[in-house]
Ligand binder design. Structure first.
Ligand code: NAP
Length: 237
């Protein structure tokens, strides 16, 4: 079991949104130290957090962050981007960017931190996916694909890291009340609630956290006919 109390955590994208709530919740549960990353570390405002510069798509930046957090025992891959890239109409650069940040970013940080976590006696990694790992819609096509790929990455790494004493939790959630979803007029979960459920998942070594009803509903619907998730398939063209 991974205890938050006394742990040393690093949260990517820890200056705002869900990442900021995670940093606060980690300290509230007694973490000894929390590294909070941002592309501009001056934006990290938590008084106890240790700000680190990190651009997750840059291997040099990832290596430098790992060098500065050698005592980490928990890695939270939270940083992500939503560019609303569409497969047919957006620039291919935007499609690639969503994969660079949302899929390759966590892969780079995990590869950099696994040796540290092992040296520090095992540990825990939490990857923030989305309900959109399991469902797509116009406007979020490339984002959704990148989060599906991240979900698969998590499933593979969970098996690969188990013998090394490192547990991996994947978290799925629908809309959360942060900058990312600021343009959406729909029910949103609070970042605080997501952070608390994420830490409960780490402390109970849960392989998966479904942080809202929408994620639970969509996951349950995956075994149904495809038209249950995509009713527009039954409408006339
Ligand atoms: N909000 C939602 O509705 C929702 C729903 C499901 C899943 N999620 C996921 O939850 C995670 C957190 O999102 P959020 O809602 O808190 O979004 P947010 O408020 O937009 O924050 C995004 C965070 O990611 C960091 N980031 C973005 N691109 C980066 C890069 N290239 N290198 C390093 N850091 C980068 C940002 O850091 P800077 O401060 O340096 O820009 C920021 O801290 C993301 O993985 C997102 O996909 C969000």
């Amino acid at each position: 079991m991974t205890s938050i109390k006394g742990s040393v955590a690093i949260v990517t994208g820890g200056s705002r949104g869900i990442g900021k709530a995670l940093v606060e919740a980690l300290y509230q549960r007694g973490a000894a130290k929390v590294y909070a990353t941002a592309r501009d570390p001056r934006t990290v405002t938590h008084p106890d957090a240790i700000p680190l510069a990190l651009e997750v798509t840059d291997p040099g930046s990832v290596a430098a962050a790992a060098d500065q957090a050698p005592d980490a025992t928990i890695l939270i891959n939270n940083a992500g981007v939503l560019l609303n890239a569409s497969f047919l109409d957006s620039s291919i650069d935007d499609v690639r960017r969503e994969f660079e940040v949302n899929f390759y970013g966590p892969l780079l940080t995990t590869r950099a931190f696994v040796p540290l976590l092992e040296r520090n006696g095992g540990g825990h990694i939490l990857n923030i996916h989305s309900v959109l790992s399991w469902f797509t819609a116009p406007g979020v096509e490339a984002y959704s694909a990148s989060k599906s790929a991240l979900w698969s990455q998590t499933n593979a790494l969970r098996l690969a890291l188990r013998p090394r004493g490192i547990n991996l939790t994947g978290l799925h959630v629908g809309y959360v009340d942060t900058d990312m979803a600021s343009g959406v007029d729909a029910a949103k979960t609070s970042p605080h609630s997501v952070a608390e459920q994420a830490l409960d998942g780490i402390e109970s070594d849960a392989p998966e956290v479904l942080a809202d009803d929408l994620s639970r509903q969509v996951k349950a619907g995956l075994s149904a006919d495809l038209t249950a998730l995509y009713p527009q398939l039954t409408a006339p063209r």
